[in-house]
Design a binder for this molecule. Sequence first.
Ligand code: AMP
Ligand code: GLY
Length: 427
Amino acid sequence: MKILVVGSGGREHAVVWKLRQSHPDLDIWCTPGNHGISRHAYCVTGDLSDVEALAAFAERQKFDLTFVGPEAPLVLGVKEAFQARGLRLVGPSSEAAKLEGSKAFAKEFMSRHGIPTAAFEVCESPLRAAEVIDSGRLGLPLVMKADGLAAGKGVVIVTSQREAYAYLESFMVRKTLGDAGDVVVLEQCLTGREFSLLVFTDGEAAVPLPMAQDYKRLLDGDRGPNTGGMGAICTPDLLDETTREYILARIVMPTISNLDKEGRRYRGVLYVGLMLTRTGPMVLEFNARLGDPETQAILPRLSSDLLEILEAVDSGEMRRLEPRWDPRSTACVVLAAGGYPGKYETHTPIGGLDEVEGLENVEVFHAGTTSPNGRDVFTSGGRVLGVTGLDSTLERALDRAYHAVSFIHFDGVQYRRDIGGFSHHGV
Ligand code: AMP
Ligand code: GLY
């Protein structure tokens, strides 16, 4: 069998690594991939914004199955492009991926179907947004979200009307996020602990993955700017079973069935970003894909064959699947380039990777790395590596991850010392 994985981050490395673990002989390709991925798969350059070219490539190369990591190709209709050529691709159609592609659509969908989420207003013009801000009815702080895809830069929490006006001007008038800010969603600000619940679904049945927690802020103590994610943990007791069941019954399953009823059958990975508020779990966001870095914490706990799950998503046989999960805990610590999430340097040499190679129950997932000569490794992105430790308790998993991190170095490296709520200032 010949498989294509689309993407180039730590998430895609974890997917390729997992597939390779169960299938030493599988013919795995990745576009565009990175240095870490190239150790398990054949990497080919590619333009992920050209979904027709991707489909044409997949047809020429006769892939039996394609898995898409990032959201942009899904929102652009990569599923339809593959389907038109009779090719199998695991991921939602653009109509279903709209749940991530348009925050206004997602909020209105939740509101139509009674799925718990923060109070909101969709604003199609700056005047309308100004009216909502002035009315004060969503309170302060206030959350402002650009409707479209904005690579993690489209959500701000403002604490005054004046700040709200400044971002409104930036999103809607100066168009700092391009078309993504043509419409904004204003939302009541919720407080509580955040979780990610991901499910594989064929549009009818769903197989939940273990809950994970992502650390979005750059600095220790949840300070500093939002990032794509600076770390993640995945541990069996992250959330009690009653709450998890409630989320599946009241949020996940109604989302899947109502999408189907609205003619947007969802096949792929559905990522639900949740906040546990005093009045119960509420949805902060949907994503149409695996989370990054959640995947680097979740997949090392999967004891079953990932390929079998992907095939079941595509063939509609989710109902008969019962994947097994390792009862141990994982923690993933992300190493980012200096300057990230703003402007950052690339092509900085990375040292210490060989030293961590032999460490037991540690996996180093590459996110932004390159190796022009196949030997020396350099940074090539904002998030550079994700180091995952696996052990019987979360604290021990964290010790493993941070121990490995202590060997790795590159100029300007930034990482959080408090992933998992335990302080690791000594490393
Ligand atoms: P989103 O991309 O919608 O998940 O937003 C990114 C981050 O902004 C979330 O992970 C939360 O930390 C925060 N956020 C989003 N919506 C809200 C909300 N209604 N109240 C408080 N924080 C929020
Ligand atoms: N870690 C958050 C995301 O993948 O969107």
